[in-house]
Design a protein around this ligand. Sequence first.
Ligand code: MG
Length: 291
Amino acid sequence: MASLKISAVIFDLDGTLLDTERATRGIMAEFLARYGKEPDAEKEEKRLGKMHKESAADIVVDYDLPFTADEYSAAIMPMYQQRWPQAKALPGVSRLVNHLHRHGVPLALASNSMKQHIELKISHQHGWKECFSVILGGNEVKNGKPAPDIFLEASKRLGVDISECLVIEDSLVGVRAAKASGAKVVAVPSLQCQEEYQELANCVLNSLIEFRPELWGLPSFEDWVQSALPIDPLYMSGMISKAFQQDGFTVINTISGSDSYLSIPDQVSGVFFGWEKIETIGTFKVVMSIG
Ligand SMILES: [Mg+2]
């Protein structure tokens, strides 16, 4: 990777910062079941990152539903709004956002969601709203992603040239938009194994736990302890296979079985060794083997 000087970071929201997909899983199936239909996984994957309005029009046609796109939106939107507050931050997100904000790096949120929906989604994430000097919804630009409009507008509002902006995105639609805008792009795919990400993005990561700010001319994390990586809590359930004391630390081995794998965030795969600080209890050495 060539040496780069990034002055501002623009984040996508759904699937990049927040696991809204997991929180809202099953809504489409529940809704379509009322009309005797089932979701088509392939079609739903292609809709990731698209504008709701555009998706709604396609869904009505794809499933031959007995109403207009607007009527479909009005019927399903309350189901989504009820679930959004349950969406959890994806691994490494709070650490990265807080770190960049603390160092005065201008941050923007640019999502194809409507502005009021973005605000609802982040309202349950402590301190997030204050970290972003620009929050831009898809309804505030002429063309949503994959058009570059939203990233160009975010860079304008941040007062930073787009060539010095880094966009962090999970969907191909968003990565295409970022690439077209002239920004640098880090892809954190929600759906792994898609070669197109490698072709379009400057860098592809499994999760934001792997993001290294110094590679982009941004301030490094200062919270490494003895070359170990600090991590946010990972929201998952599963069997703890072993927990024991070693060198004054509690070592927890978590091995996921097939049931618990389903509850692990999509971006988490592989093996992580790291430290998780639990303020009320102390510092634990956490060893996790996932997937
Ligand atoms: Mg997204």
